[in-house]
Design a protein around this ligand. Structure first.
Ligand code: PAF
Length: 309
């Protein structure tokens, strides 16, 4: 069965209220549509851990800066519903697809500004992005009244930002991060992969390849930040690629460890990142997160691994 589509918050509230009255647990998978197997794995996890699952589909304008791909972002509601039908055997999936007017009514003027984890990395290159994400995600939490929400590790920094505001604002919801889903050749699944030409798609494999190589080096004992970064850079470099960042950071703070005794390493993008003015240690300890953002032709891709958890 195709899932039931709800577009109004008031109607969704009624449905969720009646589920909660029956003591049923509601999971939320927030998406911007253009669903792929990565999203489906979140839906499957939610179906395992909850009685009903709401998949929200909303291309959120406030998380795109002018000049980004808001207009061209794929909107594929019919095929999204067909894909969801394949996992809706128990008819316990709802799709919440609000209109822009429902989400941002006239005179809307309140935003969620998260500090800490929203500042480095994506925060440097897309300074208004997490304000838009945090605002829409908090609205989705309130609109759906879900008990638990599922996010993919591919957007590792996004998950840390969401965890931060959930903690800071006492939002009554549990946040679960699920592993990155990859194509057979290693490319992290993303709605933006469809922008890649066959040639760029092939070159895009350098992201996952460089992360696997870094993981091997770390497992062999390397803890030298400069060595790992140089090895990754060598794999990513190509005349048609622009590396926005290669970050070797603490998974909780998303910052590099600070040097002890004035023994410093490369300060990287120090002017922009929060607290990055501190001296960076030339070595790192485990667990460590390595995050990449690379433009492959015109498509900006992100990927990451966490080693030593
Ligand atoms: O990860 C996404 O697809 C979006 O950032 C989200 C969480 C649905 C908010 O618009």
């Amino acid at each position: 069965m195709k899932p039931v589509v709800v577009s109004e918050c008031a109607e969704l509230h009624k449905i969720v209220h009646s589920l909660h009255l029956q003591d049923l647990r509601v999971g939320l998978v927030p998406t911007m549509g253009a669903l792929h197997d990565g999203h489906l794995s979140l839906v499957r996890e939610s179906l395992k851990q909850s009685d009903f699952t709401i998949v929200s589909i909303f291309v959120n304008p406030t998380q795109f800066a002018p000049g980004e791909d808001f207009d061209k972002y794929p909107r594929t509601l019919q095929s999204d519903l067909e894909l969801l039908e394949t996992v809706n055997e128990k008819e316990n999936i709802f799709v919440f697809a609000p209109t822009a007017g429902e989400m941002y009514p006239k005179n809307f003027d309140t935003f969620v500004e998260v500090g800490g984890p929203s500042k480095p990395l994506e925060g440097t290159f897309r300074p208004t992005h997490f304000r838009g994400v945090a605002t829409v995600v908090l609205k989705l939490f309130n609109m759906t009244q879900a008990d638990v929400a599922f996010f993919g590790q591919k957007d590792f920094q996004q998950v840390q930002v969401i965890r931060q505001f959930v903690r800071d604002l006492n939002v009554p919801i549990k946040i679960k991060m699920c592993p990155i889903r990859r194509e057979e050749d290693g490319l992290a699944m993303s709605s933006r992969n469809r922008y890649l030409s066959p040639d760029a798609r092939q070159r895009a494999l350098c992201l996952s390849r460089s992360l696997r190589h870094a993981e091997t080096l770390i497992q062999a004992g390397c803890r030298d930040r400069a060595v790992i970064e140089a090895e990754i850079r060598a794999i990513l470099e190509h005349p048609q690629h622009k590396i926005d960042y290669i970050a070797i950071v603490n998974p909780d703070t998303l910052l590099p460890e600070e040097a002890e005794n004035g023994n410093t390493g490369n300060v990287g993008n120090a002017e922009n990142g929060n607290a990055l003015n501190a001296s960076i240690s030339p070595t790192f300890t485990l667990p460590v997160a390595i995050l990449l953002a690379v433009r492959v032709d015109d498509t900006r891709l992100i990927d990451n691994i966490v080693v030593g958890e």
